[in-house]
Design a binder for this molecule. Structure first.
Ligand SMILES: [Mg+2]
Length: 188
């Protein structure tokens, strides 16, 4: 199968890293469990442009290139790569260092990396759902409930990793909610 894999909060601990960076800048602590939406301007009480600037700064300072890897993501992806094609599909707006960090983490895999539009930031391009369809991706591993809906509606199956921001996701026959990476292997 062709397996699509999102990057932030699926492979890399983006939100935890960003919460640390934000608290360093603004001196405000926000807990991971409090991030109930991926519309960050609501969580951080900042305009969207400020949020994107902050992410850009985080990347520029090299913090983003050293994000911790999500639990069991690396070994699970290596395992999947034995029998499946791996396509990383991300809506990152700040893309610097992305390919390098993947090459560093998965030197032994022949993966593909594709960028989609970002509906939170309002950037242009093909949506994740359109790309999944075009690439013939059989199943997409995702953490955003908004992207999961859009991908599912476009006809691709989604494994939605449980996170505080997708607790109240809208159910769809193509979406299967899972708790962690170990469950990904079972479901696939
Ligand atoms: Mg994500």
């Amino acid at each position: 199968m062709k397996i699509g894999i999102d990057l932030d909060d699926v492979v890399f601990e983006f939100t935890r890293t960003f919460l640390d960076f934000y608290s360093g800048r603004y001196g405000k602590l926000i807990k991971f469990e409090e991030v109930k939406t991926y519309y960050f301007e609501e969580i951080f009480d900042l305009p969207l442009e400020k949020v994107i600037d902050l992410i850009r700064d985080m990347v520029a300072e090299g913090v983003a290139g050293n994000m911790p890897v999500c639990d069991y993501a690396q070994e699970s992806i290596l395992n999947l790569a034995d029998n499946h094609e791996i396509i990383f599909l991300t809506s990152r707006v700040i893309r610097k260092g992305t390919l390098d960090s993947l090459k560093k983490l998965f030197p032994e895999i022949n993966f593909k990396l594709i960028y989609s539009s970002n509906s939170y930031a309002g950037t242009n391009g093909k949506t994740k759902g359109e790309i999944c369809k075009e690439e013939g991706i059989h199943v997409m591993i995702e953490d955003s409930k908004e992207y999961a809906s859009e991908i599912a509606t476009n006809g691709t199956k989604v494994l939605l990793l449980g996170k505080p921001w997708n607790e109240n996701f809208q159910s769809h026959p193509n979406i299967i909610k899972i708790n962690d990476w170990k469950e990904v292997l079972v479901k696939i």
